[in-house]
Design a protein around this ligand. Sequence first.
Ligand code: GLU
Length: 411
Amino acid sequence: MSQHVDVLQMARDQLAVAARYLNLDEGLHEVLSRPKRQIIVNFPVVMDNGEVQVFEGYRVQHNTSRGPTKGGIRYHPDVDVSETTALAMWMTWKCAVVNIPYGGAKGSVKVDTKLLSKRELEKLTRRFASEINIIVGERSDIPAPDIGTNAQVMAWIMDTFSMQSGYTMPGVVTGKPLEMGGSQGRVEATGRGVVVAAGEACRMLGMNFDGAKVVVQGFGNVGSVAARLAEEQGATVVGVSDARGAIYNPNGLPIAELSQKYAGRDGGIIEYPDCDKITNEELLALDCDMLFPSAISAQITGENAGNIKAKLVVEGANGPTTPDADHILSDRGIMVVPDVLANAGGVVVSYFEWVQDLQNFFWEEDEVNKKLERIMKHSFAQVYATMQQHKTDMRTAAYIIGVKRVADATV
Ligand code: GLU
């Protein structure tokens, strides 16, 4: 669905709303609506059959006023430089909303990883890392996992940088394996943050998290962890989906079993027997208390926002709700905890990982989780208070805080 929506325009429209509230100088607004740097690289990979295939990749740095740029690397067949720019811009606001000292960046490679062998994936990753090393570095721009990439991919990127510099350089990427300077709690951090944000929102709305019915769109790193932690905290996860389809059971789905036996396998979670198979549109319209869109962008649109039955939407994905859908949800009294707050847990623990790498001093998981929870709760409270002060929605409130922090840091 995302190919029909211009996500960069979406990101610019969101910025424009905040700019009006902040009475932002026109020139500064113009600066913030564009990326600072974009590179497009085309690079060859010798495939297992001996043939050369050329891949296109991007690294976009949106803003460096508050520190080095930070953001994931995405491997997906539908990426382009415009979407990558929107994602970089969202990273800038996200880092500012939770007040960590970074600007936003994003990278991507147009590739369907399902069609690659592990060896091809490693070669593609190492070559892409070499191509973007002119702007990436532990003090300038620090990648992390995103859709289609994981700790193994980060390990290859770190190793490529370490080979080029002649010494081990863990601070150049986050989301690495623990053995290579990764942080405790990083894999779960985004999903954990989503559940903390959902808990805070429930408290504000007078809703019980315990016993709430939850629907999770997407069963990747974010959705699967958010579903598991929500279940652990007493919620009933009634619907989930992955790229192959969606499943529903009003009595609850066994998240651990889905993760261990079905997710990431050929057939995916729809192979699980004790449930109804439904479409993505039916999933979004399920009767539930909370919806965690944790897949890709532009999923809740002007067309389907009227069908959403959840009272609370907590955005695990980046950009899952379009601006016209935002209006509809707000008119219908549905609260949306926006991506730049709700899914910031990942980059917060990335920040912790980077700090640990630079200091060569590592923390225990409990310490990581406690510090993450404190930042999520504090940021949530600030956004909530700003929302009430300006009588607006949570996305606009988060943007008011984030954009102001970036604007104030720009001389
Ligand atoms: N890709 C994640 C995001 O969109 C994490 C970025 C990071 O940790 O740098 O927030």
